[in-house]
Design a protein around this ligand. Structure first.
Ligand code: CAA
Length: 302
């Protein structure tokens, strides 16, 4: 179900409302970016929003109470949003960002993985790979507007986007080792390719986070902007790309991606297996329990 609202600038703001949600009323409210947006009263808040601004589709990961941690439901809704974009030739560029002031996404949902067996963890990671591979091969350009924490799966999401813009409040990292596991949504491959193997290993082995400026110095982000101007900058860039010939952009994306290929798919499969194996260890149980119980983990090495 779609809601269309004409704003003062004459652009159409469109909000995706999937049919699983009961939309009991729609009312107008001030939009965060100065236009007019629809707000729907529902049984649940939608965890992924799609808003249309002219030729640009803005996808917002919308679960701010959990720092936009990526649940399976969100991955399904992301797919639904991308289906809509793909079916609409007038949408020529996509921006992905996070709701709230703190996070782009703090990663895969730790609560959902806590008790997973190795096979369940593998299936979960495979679903993440599907979602992320789709972003990477999506036939329109995708800009990540990283407005805060981009950790674990959230960082891995950004890494599959074509261009990464960061707010000066953004923080990046693959902190999975702090949970007794390793990155499992493509980070082992894409962080090493986007930056350098040495920088990727430092972040992965230590689990430390890096600020936007450091990420920029290592080529992880294209530009860093003051937090309040990030979305305006992302929209300006997306609108510029939207003026270019869509077929050429899509073909260029596909071909530039080949420069990074090597045996990317084969290496991603190795990552899936290693990620799943981590769920056979006591350290995984300890690491995730410690995070959810808000204490420091003690890793026994088994
Ligand atoms: N999954 C589930 N819930 C999460 C979450 C996640 N990845 N990250 C944050 N949350 C939840 C917290 O549990 C907390 O919920 P409650 O209010 O119900 O307790 C809420 O979001 C706010 O988080 P904090 O209270 O921790 O906020 P903070 O400002 O003190 O810290 C943070 C922010 C440093 C980002 C911290 O939340 C954090 O370290 N999060 C986990 C980051 C992480 O380890 N990501 C990797 C996940 S595993 C993964 O992604 C595997 C993979 O490769 C696929």
């Amino acid at each position: 179900m779609w809601g269309h609202v004409q704003d003062r600038a004459g652009t159409v703001a469109v909000r995706l409302a999937l049919s699983v949600y009961a939309v009991s009323s729609v009312r107008r409210s001030a939009a965060p970016r100065g236009g007019v947006r629809t707000r729907c009263s529902r049984r649940h808040q939608l965890p992924v929003d799609l808003e249309r601004q002219g030729p640009v589709g803005i996808i917002t990961l919308n679960r701010p109470e959990a720092l936009n941690a990526l649940s399976l439901e969100m991955l399904d809704q992301l797919d639904a949003a991308l289906d809509v974009v793909e079916g609409d030739a007038e949408l020529r560029a996509v921006i992905i960002t996070g709701a709230g002031q703190k996070a782009f996404s703090a990663g895969a949902d730790i609560g959902a993985m806590r008790e997973a067996t190795a096979l369940e963890a593998r299936a979960y990671a495979q679903r993440g790979h599907q979602a992320i591979n789709r972003l990477e091969s999506f036939p329109r350009p995708i800009i990540a507007a990283v407005n805060g924490y981009a950790l674990g799966g959230g960082c891995e999401f950004c890494l599959a986007c074509d261009i990464r813009l960061a707010s000066d409040r953004a923080t990046f990292g693959l902190p999975e080792v702090n949970l007794g596991i390793m990155p499992g949504w493509g980070g082992t491959q894409r962080l090493a390719r986007a930056t350098s193997p040495g920088f990727a290993k430092e972040l992965i082995f230590t689990g430390r986070m890096c600020r936007a400026e450091e990420a920029h110095a290592h080529g992880l982000v294209n530009h860093v902007y003051p937090h309040d101007t990030l979305m305006a900058e992302a929209i300006t860039l997306a609108e510029l790309i939207a003026t270019k010939p869509p077929w050429a952009i899509s073909a260029a994306k596909e071909v530039v991606n080949l420069a990074l290929e090597g045996d990317l798919r084969g290496h991603l499969a190795r990552e899936l297996d290693a990620f799943a194996l981590a769920f056979t260890t006591e350290d995984q149980r300890e690491g995730m329990a410690a995070f959810l119980e808000k204490r420091q983990p003690t890793f026994a090495g088994r």
